[in-house]
Design a protein around this ligand. Sequence first.
Ligand SMILES: *[C@@H]1O[C@H](CO)[C@@H](O)[C@H](O)[C@H]1NC(C)=O
Ligand SMILES: *[C@@H]1O[C@H](CO)[C@@H](O)[C@H](O)[C@H]1NC(C)=O
Ligand SMILES: *[C@@H]1O[C@H](CO)[C@@H](O)[C@H](O)[C@H]1NC(C)=O
Ligand SMILES: *[C@@H]1O[C@H](CO)[C@@H](O)[C@H](O)[C@H]1NC(C)=O
Length: 922
Amino acid sequence: MASCIRLVLLLILLCSPFITDAVNRDNFKRCDQSSFCRRCRGMESGKSPYQLLPDKLVQNESMIIVDLFNKDTGITYVVQLITLKENTFRLHINEKDPLHPKYENEYALHDQPQTVEMDFVESTAETITVTKGENKAILYINPFKVELYSQGILTISANARGLMRFEHLRTKPVKPEDGNAEMVRTNNTTYLSDGADNDPGAWEENFKEHHDAKPYGPEAIAMDFSFPGSEHAYGIPEHADSLALQSTKSTDPYRLYNLDVFEYETNERMSLYGAIPLLYAHGKERSSAVFWHNTAETWIDILSSADNNVVESIVNFVSRSIKKSQVDAHFMSESGVIDVFFMLGPKPLDVFRQYTVLTGTAPLPQMFTLGYHQSRWNYNDQDDVATIAESFDTHDIPLEAIWLDIEYTDSKKYFTWDARKFPNPLDMIHNLTAKGRKLVVIIDPHIKRDNNYFLHNDATSLGYYIKTRDGKDYEGWCWPGASSYLDFFDPKVVDYYTGLYSLDKFHGTTNDVYIWNDMNEPSVFNGPEITAPKDLIHHGGWEHRDVHNINGHMYIRATYDALFRRSGGSLRPFILTRSFFAGSQRYAAMWTGDNMADWNHLRVSYPMCLSVAISGMSFCGADVGGFFKNPDSELFIRWYQAATWLPFFRQHSHIETKRREPWTFNDETTQIVREALRLRYSYLPLWYTLFREHEINGYPVIRPLWTHYPTESETFIIDDELLLGDSILVRPVFQSSATEVAVYFPGEGKVTWYDIDTMQAYEKGGYVKIPVTIHKIPVFQKSGSVVPRKMRIRRSTVAMRNDPYTLIIIADSNGRASGNLYIDDEVSFEYRHGKYLYLRITLDSNKIVSTLIDKLASYETQSWLERIDIANPPQGIKSAQLESHSMGKVTLETTYNPHNNVLTIRKPAVNMGEEWTIELLQ
Ligand SMILES: *[C@@H]1O[C@H](CO)[C@@H](O)[C@H](O)[C@H]1NC(C)=O
Ligand SMILES: *[C@@H]1O[C@H](CO)[C@@H](O)[C@H](O)[C@H]1NC(C)=O
Ligand SMILES: *[C@@H]1O[C@H](CO)[C@@H](O)[C@H](O)[C@H]1NC(C)=O
Ligand SMILES: *[C@@H]1O[C@H](CO)[C@@H](O)[C@H](O)[C@H]1NC(C)=O
């Protein structure tokens, strides 16, 4: 009984904490509470002990290999420099003769990176230079440093500040307090101490009541990177912070260690659920990036020009000294090897592509995933689900899927149903799909330790759980109570788990049920920092320490395979994940986790999604309305209006919040939310086209303004606006009672922006105050663009599949415009076998032309062209003539609206699969 009461208390304390508005910082480490972070951060610059031994240089056409010696310790390392395609270099450093292998992750990269031949390698007494096209890498011998040049300009340097650290593997010293005495490293080598041996945290470490055994001792790695000419750094998500990274000179470094941070706060560099160790640097001249390929806990210090990190380098004749801008970063990881990719741009879109060449792009999602999703912890039972779905129809609000949180299961045993609340799941699903809708259910990685649970029994008998140091099944505490965790690093476990999703195993599901993977950091309520202990053991004997940040990625990788297998490879899987790593875009969409119903959290959803979008993961959203607490109707409305322009669009809320479906406030709120959702649906053809283009070229779907205006310094810190593709500019309202917002119009006056509702033109670049009411937020379309829309909004995307298209064309000052439209069956992988249409639509010399970009592809669509609106049209157009193969020549009526200067062509009625021309006639 006593233990039962303790369990209940634990449950109350841990599983259902009172909502207090503030994160409990004591639960999470600061850098000074982590021995490896302390050691790495404590390095002094300008004293690098590393020196290349160039007489040992070995090379082949795409790689040089050279020894590196640490003069302080006497340890030898091996440096590899590899030339890769797409302006990318890879630098790899490991010990020459390690005591045992170090972990090298193979799951973030989507393939073996493709090498290219070097042009030539030159050696002098001081340097080794590798040249490839317009790029070169110079390796300095003593002290060791690497400089990367793009188009003759120094773009990135590594170890320029001498903060490289590579703690060699060693046996535990008998008397660690012996300071710098010579130590026997192993069988027969000796080394001098690097200071790690006498760090009290080197061989075991405590945090709160948790003990970390650290049997392998100190094994940290670190490297500094400088980006001369760069003004800002971006990336290294996930943090609830600004898009442009801030100096960490007087704060903790940014931390990457996937954690379930309860009630996380904004303006923070603390860890969150996901980690992508990718850092961009950008200045007016160029963009570049560093991908730190390491899956262990990582901290990153950032310095900017304002921190006086560069010496005054240019003095002009009137002796007015100017400082060159520079960004400096310092990556520090607990274990693993140094493995870094340098991407040399030079433009932002080039770097974005270069990164996705390494880690892959997101596969095109099904159309329904881009519509609107309704979730709640929890929809209580099947009647609740039916009522909610029906209410969307009653209120004429489109909806794609209803989501079920953990309470649908039998006692949090995944792959089961609570038979009392959901006696007829197949019937429930059928009722949803009859209206073109889907069901999404949650599946989490913690497995209830219950002898009546088949999954627990299987995992126990097959040995599929993550183990403790002494080989027992690790037991933690999560939603079901006592839980263990499947080890997704074991291929046998992946195989077993993917089988669980087959329709004959996961009873009560169909191919229309999609999956939400939560808690996959993993979240462990009673673990150190609410996660798994670092000294747990995974498949292959690797410590959890080595792989922690990619744990969630391994889970969704398995789920993706499972859904792929379930439909026999015919349907595109959809998974939503909370935890992620570099490369996770290949498997899942992500959301920003358990946010709060306040204006700061609404505001931070933009930089958070922009940050992951430029890090390969475009498919991002934030819980609409805020997960914790209750939004008022104004915040609720503003949240919908902002979320209309983020890729993943789902309302979700905590079990203790009030019901907040779109009709639960008042009629005006319902009406405005309905308008926002209808607007979202009308732009789905653009969203879908951009997702397809992302899959092809790696460009993010939503973009920071500097992506397309890289020389415009004002854009560098803007993260309350975004670009959808390059044609739509969005500036939500992030404040209560706003009557105007300052919109920055990029393009320095060479681009005109048109309000999408009124077609009012904004010709001047820079900040303009735009009045706002509660009814809408400022959204603009760029001059010179063509945007495809669908104007007949129905209850779901399935119902809209064959609907006709409308084209919104905005002529630039030369009377030209262009844009793309992608069309396919919206659900299957047939597009990979050429079943699609990819159209280029242009306006030039009074002719609108639709041509197939991929002539060999084809798809039989029933959709036709319903209407064309041309803003800023040529003067004096009286009619138009359509010409196509099947229709011949047809004269079309045009109407001109002088109030907004828009020419409309109604009912061209040509099938979208045909090439056509419409000539505007005076
Ligand atoms: C170059 O050498 C490395 C290391 O021996 C090897 O892995 C790689 O395949 C070689 N590349 C080529 C193009 O021969
Ligand atoms: C130490 O000895 C073991 C066993 O003989 C051997 O595998 C390992 O390579 C040796 N290590 C070093 C650094 O010589
Ligand atoms: C270490 O090296 C010494 C001399 O080089 C040799 O005599 C001794 O046997 C070696 N010890 C081991 C354990 O290999
Ligand atoms: C499905 O719809 C039918 C017809 O409206 C209804 O009778 C039935 O109760 C529904 N089933 C569930 C599980 O919602």
